[in-house]
Design a protein around this ligand. Structure first.
Ligand code: SAM
Length: 305
């Protein structure tokens, strides 16, 4: 039996729609592009072509997983963030578009592209998306990503290799920043901030597919901020900038923790839905971009391949 692509896509989109998927046409295009190893745009261009039996069978498998609620990014193993492709693994959060607010805030603060050799630290790096997105913009910068999950660190390193940034991005396993030395110009983090009691009510595509370690922020959602912010303060050079993602409604609490550490110029940054999504703060005085003994000199990417 022949499988004309446009008929297959239409039938599959109908099934996905019936299962409650919000964007069935886009989903089937993404899944077909993974099977056919072409871009989603090329899927549309080939719509009158016929699918080979083995591709058809594979595609049906993927559609059936999507019908059961698995996110497309988990099925195909890739998520685009800051227009860059990031491989996912079971140990990494699926990067969210809202987290691009961190990148926008950091770029706004260091808008001068002439700034040389910034050192960047990403605490709780997951796929490495925050660090690698920043390094893609600051082409003379280098940095370190830290995560407590060995699996996440391996995925982040693989992403750095795939994106051609492994020379400038180093990844280490650590419990927040206790084992990191040196001084950094910019520290970014999207820590786990969901309150324990909220976890059971999360939508299944988050609760069943994102690792708990990436979500759970303790009883009040603030446990990671209490540990992390004082550690960041120790590692920021004079004039250094901290940019932290927040959960909805956490602005006042996190601002207090930042203030208690003596950081100033606290600014809030909204996501595309108008929600305060991150806070930035600065260590007082002096110049940025020089001064430090980079904190990652002793880190290598050995054993991560
Ligand atoms: C919300 S995810 C953010 C991942 C990635 N930065 C992003 O924005 O997609 C939080 C990350 O913090 C890591 N994490 C949780 N507890 C940690 C700890 N004690 N020390 C270091 N990393 C930790 C998790 O493994 C997870 O990768």
């Amino acid at each position: 039996m022949s499988h004309v692509l446009e008929d297959v896509l239409q039938e599959s989109a109908d099934s996905l729609k019936a299962s409650g998927a919000e964007s069935p046409r886009l989903d089937v295009r993404m899944l077909a592009s993974a099977v056919l190893e072409c871009s989603p745009k090329d899927v549309l261009m080939q719509s009158t072509a016929t699918m080979r039996d083995q591709d058809y069978d594979r595609f049906q498998e993927l559609v059936s997983r999507r019908c059961k609620g698995e996110p497309v990014s988990r099925i195909i193993g890739v998520r685009e963030f800051w227009s860059l492709p990031f491989s996912l693994s079971a140990d990494t959060l699926d990067p969210r578009p809202d987290s691009e607010t961190i990148i926008e805030a950091a770029l706004k603060i260091h808008s001068d592209s002439a700034v040389k050799s910034l050192s960047v630290l990403d605490a709780g790096t997951g796929t490495g998306c925050l660090l690698l997105a920043l390094l893609s913009e600051w082409t003379s910068a280098s940095g370190v990503g830290v995560d407590i999950s060995v699996g996440a660190i391996k995925t982040a390193h693989a992403n750095a290799v795939d994106l051609g940034m492994a020379q400038r991005a180093h990844f280490v396993v650590g419990d927040w920043l206790g084992s990191v030395g040196g001084q950094f110009d910019v520290i970014v983090s999207n820590p786990p901030y969901i309150r324990e009691e909220e976890i059971p009510a999360l939508s299944p595509d988050v609760r069943l597919y994102d690792p708990q370690l990436a979500l759970l922020g303790g009883a009040d959602g603030l446990a990671a901020y209490r540990k992390l912010i004082p550690e960041c303060r120790q590692l920021l050079c004079p004039g250094g900038v901290l940019v932290l993602e927040l959960g909805r409604g956490q602005e006042a609490d996190v601002s207090h923790i930042i203030e208690a550490e003596g950081l100033g110029r606290i600014e809030s940054h909204r996501d595309l839905n108008g929600i305060v999504r991150c806070l930035s703060a600065t260590v007082a005085q002096k110049k940025v971009g020089k001064s430090k003994q980079a904190g990652y000199d002793n880190f290598t990417n050995e054993n991560l391949d």
